[in-house]
Design a protein around this ligand. Structure first.
Ligand code: 8YV
Length: 352
């Protein structure tokens, strides 16, 4: 029973997403395997009839798979992620398929992971934890695990959209850091918030904060003590951090990436970290997930986590629910979940 058949390619979080689909008259075929489905398995899951797919960024939703979905009667592909570099949106649009994503619900959660990685890398939390667990703490020394102070330093952003802004404000307000950002667009809202916080700090007799938009990526890299990547992945941003640009950074800077792995040339990063032990890195994403570049995992100046920046129960429940709501709305021809600046469709839903 159920008017529409919806394929879900991975186990999801919570029950609301399922209730949302069932309420919308959908029959749900969910793949409960934790394995990443191959192209052939995705084709098989779509089968001869499928109205919509809820998929993941680990899957290549390119022209071929969009064609398969369209031929099976599909109307919508919904990514359980805000990023959609795994989706050929132009192909989907050509085939008349709407493409949904999950902006908004993961902004703070992802920004908080960038904060966590910044501190973990800068204060050597993982190294120190391993030291304790190995029973190596034999007595306190003033020279032990010297890390970085953030207070009053400069924070660099590559990409100042939703997540980048929340990260920057959290760090700048908490540690009184100045911000320098590179983005195609000026973020007036972020600039205003920083200016207003700066004047409040001044009134309170505390260190003020400032913000400046840089003309080039280089300018951010040269001036910042912490650089965090929050830009989308496309042809223009692939390897935006390469060997040459790493050399521009301060030798004791911190580089954080909760965006997409291929923003960094990971092999060049390994080399750089070997040469500069005071350079510190926090990574949530990798160039060839789930693999890491040879040598990366054994570097003491690098902290790595497995793409979990949005992994809280609240956020993943929200992402899965929004992904389901996107499918339900398209199939029933209803308005999509919406709020200013957060549109959960990356192309104009053009289905009949
Ligand atoms: C998720 C992400 O961890 O939303 C994104 O673009 O990369 C992360 O929030 C991932 O999408 C889970 O599938």
């Amino acid at each position: 029973k159920g008017k529409y058949r919806v394929v879900v390619t991975k186990p999801l979080v919570g029950d609301v997403w399922l209730e949302t689909l069932l309420r919308a008259d959908c029959r749900v075929d969910q793949c409960l395997s934790e394995r990443i489905l191959s192209r052939a398995e995705l084709r098989e899951a779509i089968g001869s009839h499928c109205d919509g797919v809820i998929g993941q960024l680990t899957e290549p939703w390119d022209d071929e798979l969009m064609r398969v979905l369209k031929s099976a009667g599909g109307k919508v592909y919904s990514n359980v992620a805000v990023g959609y570099d795994n989706v050929d949106v132009a192909a989907a649009t050509r085939h008349g398929l709407a493409v949904g994503n999950t902006p908004g619900v993961l902004t703070e959660t992802t920004a908080e992971m960038a904060v966590a990685l910044t501190f973990a890398a800068g204060r050597r939390i993982v190294e120190a934890d391993a030291f304790m667990r190995a029973g190596k703490y034999k007595g306190w020394l003033p020279t032990m695990f010297l890390g970085k102070l953030f207070y009053g330093k400069t924070l660099g952003l590559i990409g100042a959209g939703r997540i980048g802004s929340v990260f920057a404000l959290t760090m700048a307000r908490g540690c009184h850091m100045d911000i320098v950002y590179y983005d195609q667009f000026q973020n007036e809202q972020l600039e205003r918030k920083v200016r207003e916080t700066g004047s409040l700090y001044q009134q309170l007799g505390e260190r003020s904060i400032s913000i400046r938009r840089a003309d080039t990526v280089e300018e951010v890299l040269e001036t910042a003590d912490v650089v965090s990547l929050h830009t989308i992945l496309d042809a223009s941003t692939r390897h935006i951090i390469n060997a040459e640009r790493l050399r521009l950074m301060k030798k004791d800077a911190i580089l954080v990436n909760c965006g997409r792995g291929p923003l960094i040339d990971e092999r060049a990063l390994v080399q750089h970290c070997r040469q500069h032990p005071d350079f510190r890195v926090g990574l949530d994403v990798f160039e060839n997930e789930p693999q890491m570049a040879p040598g990366l995992a054994s570097l003491p100046n690098v902290v790595v986590v497995p793409h979990i920046a949005s992994a809280t129960v609240w956020t993943r429940t929200g992402m899965c629910t929004l992904a389901a709501a996107n499918v339900a709305a398209i199939l029933r021809g209803e308005p999509v979940w919406n709020q200013p600046d957060v549109l959960p469709f990356v192309n104009a839903p053009s289905v009949d």
